[in-house]
Design a protein around this ligand. Structure first.
Ligand SMILES: CC[C@H](O)CC(=O)C(=O)O
Ligand SMILES: [Mn+2]
Length: 339
């Protein structure tokens, strides 16, 4: 198994993209010492994500990537890029600073917009990973078809990404198996814990043939966090899967370095749970909370409505419109939708 830790990328949502260079150095050192092979570092919404729309990074991501690459002895540094948010030059700069894994992310039906970036990653000598987001909205056949596009473009790995933490075990099994059958390259899985299934779903993915698995330490990550890296490593070891990570040094890093960075204890609260229930992009949570506060409405209703409208990544501004609409229409809509 190849474990990819996304604390310093997906977890960046948890701290409003405020990681400092020193924090990145300490987290990378802890993960590296434990033997985590892939460590992802960049803005939570990928390269180029620092913006009014997604939230500004406190420290430019290229400085964080450089610090990470200088710190890691064994781990490879990964970056995420959503074509349109990040551009080809962002990838070139990240590679020049030491990133060697490029994960190119698109909505599950839009793999074709990743082709050029996957090709560039290969030209730059990077490991190229295709990342099919919001995969619960695509059938297993769609996931397989889109995965083939990424593989044809040169991807070394294609991921099923449960961006909303909305998948059940059956959903995961069906999509990972479909990719496994359709592709010759490796298959990966990225969970969010919004329904409390993060680690379990990741194990289901491993059983269905995924060999690249994502985790995030201490519950960092958008929504209720990803599959918790420490728990995932412990369960993988109990089940006899080899992932090359030493549990006790990993727990030391969790306790001494990562957990103190959490702005509040990570809990699976009603808002995170609604993300998974309604199938909404996990990174919408903080935006929904802000919009709900601005218009004095229930953030859960905002999320339920965003799910009903089948909103996709990049449509964060729709949350403001929904909150405004709810404030003028009054409450009660969420109840009707969830019933
Ligand atoms: C905005 C990028 C997104 O957070 C990528 C990801 O981790 C996911 O879709 O779960
Ligand atoms: Mn994610």
């Amino acid at each position: 198994m190849v474990l990819a830790d996304v604390t310093l990328r997906d977890g960046s949502h948890t701290v409003n993209h405020s990681f400092t260079t020193e924090q990145v150095r300490r987290v990378v050192a802890g993960l590296d010492r434990a033997g985590v092979p892939i460590v992802e570092v960049c803005h939570g919404d990928g390269l180029g994500g620092s913006s009014y729309q997604y939230g500004f990074s406190a420290v430019p991501e290229l400085e964080l990537i450089e610090a990470a690459a200088q710190t890691a002895r064994r781990a490879k540094i990964s970056v995420l890029l959503l074509p349109g948010i990040g551009v080809r030059d962002d990838l070139r700069q990240a590679a020049a600073l030491g990133a060697t894994v490029a994960r190119i992310a698109t909505h599950v039906t839009e793999a074709d917009i990743a082709e050029q970036h996957i090709g560039l990653a290969k030209e730059l000598g990077m490991t190229a990973v295709g990342f099919l987001m919001m995969a619960h909205t695509g059938s297993p056949e769609v996931v397989a078809r889109q995965g083939r596009i990424m593989e044809r473009a040169g991807a070394d790995v294609v991921y099923v990404v449960d961006s909303a933490g909305a998948m059940t075990m059956e959903d995961v099994h069906a999509r990972v198996s479909a990719l496994r059958e359709a592709l010759a390259c490796d298959v990966g899985f990225h969970a969010h814990n919004n329904l409390g299934l993060g680690v379990g779903n990741t194990i289901t993915a491993a059983r269905a043939g995924a060999t690249w698995l994502d985790g995030s330490m201490c519950g960092f990550g958008a929504g209720a966090g990803n599959a918790q890296t420490e728990a995932l490593v412990a369960v993988l070891q109990k089940l006899g899967y080899e992932c090359g990570v030493d549990l006790l040094p990993l727990l030391d890093a969790a306790d001494a370095v990562v957990r103190p960075l959490l702005p509040r204890p990570q809990v699976l609260d009603s808002k995170s749970l609604i993300l998974g229930f309604a199938g909404v992009y996990s990174s919408f949570l903080l935006h929904a909370e802000r919009a709900a506060e601005r218009f004095d409405v229930d953030p859960r209703e905002v999320l339920v409505e965003a799910g009903r409208l089948k909103s996709v990544g990049g449509q964060e501004d729709i949350l403001v419109e929904i909150a405004l609409g709810l404030s003028t229409r009054g409450a009660g809509q969420a109840e009707a939708v969830t019933r």
